[in-house]
Write a protein that binds this ligand. Structure first.
Ligand code: ZN
Length: 410
């Protein structure tokens, strides 16, 4: 395949991209080749595919079952899911997960990390998602987190279910320390997460401090343990919304540890804007972690959708541009350079959190995975929330969006 007249991020002019055997062969202003499979993108921006570093594919499309979440709190969501998950079957989970992955593909996502609830004695969702992972292998990279929704030490057999799910084939060990019964349980649960990750050579992705409680300080425990064991690059803290409520002196101290530990942070802008601040009167906290401060302090931070129509978040489309839109508003990231940089939050930074390393990026010698967006540059992409026109996976067309201009009657 030869991609003609592409614009590349942070590069001037037009570029030609020659793809052979599923790899980027040559990327240059002029390319001489006789390939007849030509895609002229007419000056549109070519990017590496979007990364979705945090979603719950086992829960998607269950909003309203058995009832809608009326309070809008995380806790009513967990209670509703507890009821819904009694009805899970492998087919139910697989068909909903597939539906979500299909829609994610239409939005240019090719790399996904999904949490899967393992506080279920039958581990139905994990069994289903392991099958989905195999089925979609040629379409998207799908990483699975063994996620103990109801706790590791606060749920009957939580620890053995977590380990069992990891043995079955999960890529990451999860945790939820702020939801454990006590602070001590929370700290102890994180120790167990590291033990299992080391034993089975897995990555770590913990729901950490997803609560508007300035006293919820499990992130420092996670980061300190990752630092001590040298596992920071393979460790992610998701949400970290309590950081919104930390005093500035403590946050300042924490940033040093986060930077030293090299752990990754995932923020979920739409989800946490919706769920947090629910116990406040006025003024209401935004309840989103300090994305801008983390970026400015050299911590790798990325953003994620988290939910599509589930007990925690009733809407959602799987489109990462919605997350950028919310994030740049809520986190005051609309300085011109900040807006351009915000594209990293759904591309490079997510790839780093997922440890994709040399498999990610529009560069010679890497797998030819890329998207073409309906914009000339990053600024227009963000301003216009421009759609993805093409998604190409290892040199093969994965998605093509029919392009229809609106008709005006002026
Ligand atoms: Zn989550």
């Amino acid at each position: 395949m030869l991609v003609k007249n592409a614009r590349l991020r942070k590069q001037e002019g037009f570029w030609q991209i020659h793809i052979q055997n599923g790899m980027f062969q040559q990327i240059a202003p002029t390319v001489v080749c006789e390939d007849t499979d030509v895609l002229d993108v007419d000056g549109k921006l070519v990017l590496p595919p979007f990364v979705e570093p945090h979603i719950h594919l086992d829960c998607v499309y269950t909003a309203g079952e058995p009832r809608w979440n009326q309070s809008g709190t995380l806790f009513e969501g967990i209670a509703l899911w507890e009821e819904r998950k009694q009805q899970l079957t492998k087919e139910d989970v697989k068909s909903r997960a597939w539906k979500a992955i299909r829609t994610q593909i239409t939005h240019g996502v090719q790399f996904i990390r999904s949490h899967v609830d393992v506080t279920d004695p039958s581990l139905t969702a994990m069994r289903a998602m392991l099958e989905v992972k195999e089925e979609v292998a040629n379409l998207v990279d799908l990483q699975l987190v063994a996620f103990p929704q109801d706790g590791i030490l606060s749920f009957p057999n939580g620890l053995s279910l977590l380990e069992e799910a990891v043995k079955m084939g999960a890529d990451c060990v999860g945790g939820i320390p702020h939801y454990e019964f006590t602070r001590d349980y929370g700290v102890e649960s994180l120790k167990k997460v590291f033990e299992i990750a080391q034993k089975y050579d897995k990555m770590i992705d913990v729901h950490c401090d997803e609560i508007d409680d300035g006293q919820s300080r499990f992130l420092e425990v996670l980061a300190a343990e990752a630092y001590r064991l040298g596992m920071g690059a393979r460790t992610t803290a998701s949400h970290a919304v309590a950081m919104h409520s930390y005093n500035n002196a403590y946050a300042h101290k924490l940033f040093r540890l986060l930077r030293l530990s090299k752990i990754n942070i995932v923020s979920c802008p739409t989800e946490n804007t919706h769920l947090q601040g629910r116990f406040d009167t006025f003024p209401k906290r935004r309840g989103i972690t300090r994305v801008k401060d983390l970026m400015n302090n050299g911590v790798n931070v990325c953003i994620a959708q988290d939910s599509i129509m589930d007990p925690w978040y009733p809407i959602g489309t799987g489109n990462p541009m919605r997350e950028i839109e919310m994030c740049i508003h809520m986190c005051h990231l609309m300085g011109y350079e900040e807006m351009l940089q915000s594209l990293d939050l759904v591309t490079e930074n997510g790839a780093k959190a997922l440890n994709l390393a040399d498999r990610y990026g529009v560069e010679e010698g890497k797998p030819a995975n890329f998207i073409v967006v309906d914009a000339d540059n990053a600024y227009e992409l963000i301003r216009d929330m421009a759609p993805v026109l093409y998604s190409v996976r290892q040199g093969k067309m994965l998605m093509k969006r029919p392009h229809a201009e609106p008709e005006l009657f002026l």
